[in-house]
Write a protein that binds this ligand. Sequence first.
Ligand code: PLP
Length: 499
Amino acid sequence: MATNTAVPKRATTSAFDEFLGRYPEYAETDLLDQLRATEYRRLDEQGQVYLDYTGGSLYAESQVAQHLALLQAGVFGNPHSTNPTSTATTDHVERTRKFVLEYFGASATEYIVVFTANASGALKLVGESFPFTPASRLLLTFDNHNSVNGIREFARAKGAQINYCPLRSPDLRIDVGRLDNLLGEADSGGENLFAYPAQSNFSGVKHPLDLVGRAQAKGWRVLLDAAAFLPTNRLNLSEIYPDFVTVSFYKMFGYPTGVGALLIRKSDFGELKRPWFAGGTVNFASVQAQAHVLAHSEAALEDGTLNYLSIPAVEIGLRHIQSIGIERIAKRVRCLTEWMLEQLLVLRHSNGHHMVRIYGPTTTEARGGTITLNLYDPNGHLLDYRRVEELAGKRGISLRSGCFCNPGAGEIAEGLTESDMRAAFVLGDDANLMSFTRLMQDRGHKSAGALRVSLGLVSNFADVERFLEFVTEFRDQTSLAIGAVTFDIESCRIFRDGS
Ligand SMILES: Cc1ncc(COP(=O)(O)O)c(C=O)c1O
């Protein structure tokens, strides 16, 4: 395989010196450089520039080695029993459950941890079990992930009213005044749910965590989607008490995939109404009596057999993050993000026109390391983000393009109206991101979709400079000059020519 280890031209000593001069605190994060050279050496050995940490983080070699050693040394059976191999598994699963609580500073008297397949699985559990009634409200923010937006289908089926709180443009932050009004409109004695992301996976905006208490004070239950927040931030559940918190562990430390969690406040647990039962969720069930009694613990929400061999790797991953320190990761990501934002904003074509448009905040004030953007030609025409992603790939740079399962943030960021969106649904089953993009071009050259660059755990200055160097190459380039994309995106699946 061809490697791409060349030192970026931009990453000269003087550029790095300038960066360090601006961000002296970056030097305090050098432990991460050491880890990059050891635990994550595969990145530089292969010349990979990984810029999709919001998609998923990367695992350290030692995480995998420790997990392998555990599996090789133990005999682990299905945990739904009391035999020795089953008990060995149960011990690991319960120990991990306890550790997850500890990691989040959550008291075992306050919260329970339900293991799920991913954050989406956790969100679906809340959606299907929440006791919505026709008097209920579901309040969402425009920049919720689709796995949160999907809860509206459960709410709608039970007759609840659904509202979206808008984001302010261009910084894509929650319009808190409007939010307060919407929170105040609900019947405070009803079963109302407010769901929002602690950090947007579209814009990187960190929404205020005190919205949790603010909504609760008005009689709402709050679902905090922490999936995109946790990889670079501490969530302390002894300071705020969301009713539900949703997590995907691979986004925090790369391995294992296939395990997520739903943290539920004990006071809410008894209010949830599961729409079915399954193996593992019942204390008692009968075929002849056609009745069942759900378990009185987290087991009531864990359908079937847990991913019991992967769950112990969650503790290994959490300890890995603890050994580095989440504040250290946050500091590094903040320095690199700020530098990248500044450098992108000054890029101009020879005619003085901007090359890059960034969606969301252009400073690191209350924002994380996720930057969503589009590139434009000298005449202000959008360059196809799929082609840009493709060309980046040829340089060993992994970016994400599309709408990132976050349609609402894109609608606001790109100025798409309700009528634009309704026009898409006239396409019926043919509606997808690509047919929609073509439609928007016909409706006044609006853009739909973008590129996303996200920094994380072992990002470094050279990664940022390699990306900036790549973007600089689009100076004075047109769509014709950069060529046409050779793959298509339908939903989140990629189709290449000939595949
Ligand atoms: C904010 C947010 N919520 C939920 C999810 C869903 O996570 P998963 O795909 O792991 O279920 C994602 C994934 O990107 C996300 O970024």
